[in-house]
Design a protein around this ligand. Structure first.
Ligand code: UT7
Length: 323
């Protein structure tokens, strides 16, 4: 049986850092409020001339270097983003062009903060179905462009950044000891649209719009739905929480992440946290966190990694990966 193995990862964060203190001079908030409610201390903000594809390109190049892969080796680019450079074409095709990649296919996936898991699931299906050999999965966002900087309920939460993983088809035995993607589980419920959305778009207002969120309600759904998705992933692989080495969660709120770790009986040291420095980078948050923990040597070959995310839609999911 085929498995999708992650053979490299890369990350990129824009140079400019915006602290909570800086935000407190723009809206009625405080560093203390933001840290205690979310765990966020700062976020990175893209430069005026930096687009989602520029961030994605840098993360992609780092992942390619890490994997020892050239553009000619890549069959497919799947890019998760909610903040594309343009309405069309897909930002993934911009990355494809910037990489001088002249073969294969490239497209975007829109599943907001769950975008990376959706992109990973698509890539995994292409690879295990034998339709691709090597796939580049990217999560890249410039949320700063769709924030209402007057709205303290949302503008304090998000940041810009990109992360990427290189996947390659490998052989496996079909059990949970295989190295690679063991499972992906995706869900959405469009009836919950009004809890988290952007109040604009090409077909409705012909503007890009701004993020709107009923934070407390999203929080409530996050706790319930992420727990279910994690249970589903463990059950599907005949594993228990005790088997997990690392939780690499979507970084939306430290309180949600801490709650999940407690429920799973994981020690705080087993949770990869970047929210303090990156804030919520939507589709980029999981690959950014993953890459950090791989680079600093925490994640080692054979380790079992649990990923989970929820965002607008609502859309959510989970994945188990044996590194
Ligand atoms: O990535 C996509 C998924 N997103 C999430 O998972 C986000 C889930 N939600 C959350 O993380 C939290 O709900 C928030 C961090 C967004 C908000 O935290 P909260 O503890 O749920 O606060 P709240 O919305 O219940 O607001 C509590 C109070 C309110 O004042 P009143 O009505 O009690 O007087 C808000 O107006 O805090 C006020 N408030 C603020 N105060 C200072 C809201 N935002 C701020 C702020 N600074 N930035």
């Amino acid at each position: 049986m085929h498995r999708s193995r992650i053979i490299g990862c890369g990350a990129y964060l824009p140079e400019r850092i915006m602290t909570n203190h800086e935000l407190a001079r723009m809206v009625e908030t405080s560093h203390e409020w933001i840290v205690s409610r979310t765990g966020i201390c700062q976020r990175h903000i893209a430069a005026e001339d930096e687009c989602t594809s520029d961030l994605a390109l840098k993360a992609a190049q780092a992942a390619m270097d890490d994997a020892g892969i050239t553009a000619d080796d890549i069959d497919l680019i799947v890019l998760a983003t909610t903040t594309p450079d343009q309405t069309f074409p897909a930002t993934a095709t911009q990355v494809q062009a910037k990489l001088n990649m002249t073969r294969g296919a490239a497209f975007d996936v829109q599943a907001v903060c769950a975008g990376f898991l959706y992109a990973l699931a698509i890539a995994d299906n292409f690879l295990t179905a034998g339709q691709a050999e090597t796939v580049l999965v990217i999560g890249s966002e410039t949320y700063s462009r769709i924030l209402d900087w007057q709205d303290r309920r949302t503008c304090i939460l998000f940041g810009d950044g990109a992360g990427a993983v290189m996947l390659r088809r490998a052989d496996g035995n079909g059990n949970s000891n295989d190295r690679g993607v063991l499972s992906t589980h995706l869900h959405s419920d469009g009836r919950l649209h009004d809890l988290l959305y952007v109040d604009g778009g090409p077909s409705s207002t012909q503007t890009a719009g701004h993020v709107r969120m009923a934070g407390r309600e999203v929080f409530r759904h996050a706790v319930i739905k992420l727990t279910e998705a994690v249970e589903e992933a463990l059950e599907a692989n005949d594993l228990t929480a005790k088997d997990i080495d690392w939780l690499v969660p979507h970084q939306a709120n430290k309180r949600i992440i801490d709650g999940m770790a407690r429920k799973l009986g994981l020690a705080p040291e087993q949770v990869v946290l970047t929210i303090d420095r990156h804030a919520n980078t939507s589709a980029a948050s999981i690959p950014l966190a993953l890459c950090e923990a791989v680079r600093d040597g925490r994640i080692k070959p054979g380790h079992l990694i649990l990923m989970e995310a929820i965002g607008g839609g609502l859309s959510w999911g989970s994945s188990l990966v044996r590194w």
